[in-house]
Design a protein around this ligand. Structure first.
Ligand code: ADP
Ligand code: MG
Length: 213
């Protein structure tokens, strides 16, 4: 059964593309015959730029940045085990379309109250969709992105997040230069340092995602 995971947050810089590329690659490496497709729904095309930097060496990446995204994805869904959607910034129709077709929405958010408050509209759209589908689709959770080393998620941050009444993944990405470094040549932390800290945190996210499903 194929699964569609949308990485959404209207805010630029939240870590969507970083998580989408690394997560897609981790899922592909996780099982030999896993067929993973990365869908770039951002008209800016960051995931496509990432893919071009390696000459498409790692993953199939296609651009779908029209409001027909949900239908376009459904047309190719059965050919893949996993479809990861890299979300667009501030484009309402595209985001609604991604929410419509996703099994899971992950919301990467930096651990700052301003960033968390900026998710209010997105959470509202997700909840509206869940209501239409009797609370079943899509499942949604926050994923903390760019956590500073050796800090715990502050009580204040946890409280602000809990107000949304959505689960928060225990796994997260830390603030690490390797994410930016590997992006430059279209690689991932799993390829650069397969047993490094960053690769381990991405694998934890994969594990938690599978449990969440
Ligand atoms: N965990 C991280 N550690 C360090 N830098 C990161 C991390 N996640 C993202 N970045 C960097 O932050 C910038 C924005 O991330 P990006 O994934 O492009 O966000 P978005 O797609 O939400 O706009 C990029 O330069 C990226 O390399
Ligand atoms: Mg992006």
């Amino acid at each position: 059964m194929s699964k569609i995971i949308a990485i959404l947050n209207q805010k630029g810089g939240a870590g969507k593309t970083t998580i989408a590329t690394n997560l897609a690659r981790a899922l592909q490496l996780g099982k030999k015959d896993n067929n993973v497709l990365l869908v770039d729904s951002d008209p800016q095309g960051s995931a496509r730029d990432w893919n071009a930097a390696s000459d498409g060496a790692l993953l199939p990446v296609i651009g779908m940045d029209r409001p027909t995204l949900d239908k376009d994805i459904k047309a190719v869904k059965d050919n893949h085990d996993w479809i990861i959607i890299d979300g667009a910034p501030q484009i309402a129709k595209l985001v609604v379309s991604a929410i419509k077709c996703a099994d899971v929405v992950l919301i990467p958010v930096q651990p700052s109250p301003y960033d968390i408050w900026a998710c209010a509209d997105l959470v509202e759209i997700i909840k509206a969709r869940q209501e239409i589908t009797d609370g079943k689709q899509p499942k949604a959770a926050f994923l903390i992105s760019r956590m500073i080393k050796n800090t715990q998620l502050g009580k204040e941050i946890t409280e602000v997040l809990l107000e949304y009444e959505l689960p928060v993944f225990k796994s997260h990405t830390g603030q690490r230069t390797i994410y930016a470094k590997t992006a430059v040549d279209g690689s991932t932390v799993l390829d650069a340092t397969p047993s490094g800290v960053a690769a381990r945190e991405i694998k934890k996210i994969v594990k938690e995602l599978k449990e969440f499903l």
